[in-house]
Ligand binder design. Structure first.
Ligand code: SAM
Length: 248
């Protein structure tokens, strides 16, 4: 039996790939890639000449059967996606499941993942968090998903496409409240990397006003619902400031 190596690739900066990942990609018999054209430059950069086959959501059923057969015949295979860690909002779940069911060893070669990369610089509580991936594209479904999450005390992590970021932040503001702290992490590890943290009302307004904030790849992180103590303290400070201005 061969092994299935699940290999993370960069999410932006081309050097964010481990020496072990490169070694693995060179040594396996076959690389299953989400988009072979997309992965070729990375393979060229690291002198990987291993043959690539496509494994994406449209051919997954047939591709999984063929790859598992090759693994059973003793060949080792690496699974990669276009960026970051396979299976994380990317194809691969069916392959890993089928391989494990066939008794094939699946070996992780960890590396970049946009959700964890964003969390590492967001400055939001990181002891407990929940990864929600992509929200539904239509507003009604998106709001009802957000409502399910509104009282979760853990930091919430979302992937969002740049053309929906303004709408999604507006829905988050309406459902979670204007004051809830949030972070927009854009273009991580790339030239225009930006990480902005502010209350949802400000963040939603900023993204509408500045079209640059609607470009590139985005992760949105939202603080979990705190106990009411913080909100009450903030409200007390706000009222005190107003009174101080007004009082003689
Ligand atoms: N498998 C990838 C991972 O490990 O993060 C995620 C793939 S998913 C199809 C692509 C989404 O991940 C993007 O729409 C964006 O939300 C997020 N993403 C990927 N690269 C990013 C980056 N460099 N900066 C910010 N977000 C990124």
């Amino acid at each position: 039996m061969g092994c299935l190596w699940v290999v993370a690739t960069p999410i932006g900066h081309r050097d964010d790939i481990s020496a072990r990942a490169i070694e693995t990609l060179r040594n396996v018999a076959l690389i299953a890639a989400e988009d072979t054209r997309h992965s070729r430059p990375l393979m060229l950069q690291h002198n990987v000449s291993t043959p690539l086959v496509a494994l994406h959501e449209h051919n997954e059923r047939e591709a999984v059967a063929a790859i598992v057969r090759r693994l059973e015949q003793g060949e080792s295979v690496a699974l990669i996606s276009d960026a970051g860690t396979p299976l994380i909002s990317d194809p691969g779940f069916r392959l890993v499941r089928a391989a494990r069911e066939a008794g094939i060893r699946c070996i992780p070669v960890p590396g970049a993942c946009a959700a964890i990369t964003a969390l590492s610089v967001a400055g939001l509580p990181s002891d407990r968090f929940v990864f929600e991936g992509f929200l539904p594209p239509k507003s009604a479904a998106r709001r009802s998903r957000l409502e399910e999450l509104a009282s979760d005390p853990r930091t919430l992590i979302f992937y969002e496409s740049s053309h929906r970021i303004a709408e999604s932040l507006a829905d988050m503001r309406d459902v979670f409240g204007a004051e809830r702290e949030a972070v927009l992490a854009r273009e991580l590890t790339k030239m225009f990397e930006t990480v902005i943290g502010e209350p949802l009302s400000q963040l939603a307004a900023r993204v509408v006003e500045d079209p640059n904030q609607q470009r590139g790849e985005c992760v949105v992180l939202v603080a979990g619902r705190g106990d009411d103590t913080d909100a009450k303290l903030a409200e007390g400070r706000r009222v005190f400031a107003i009174l101080r201005e007004e009082l003689p």
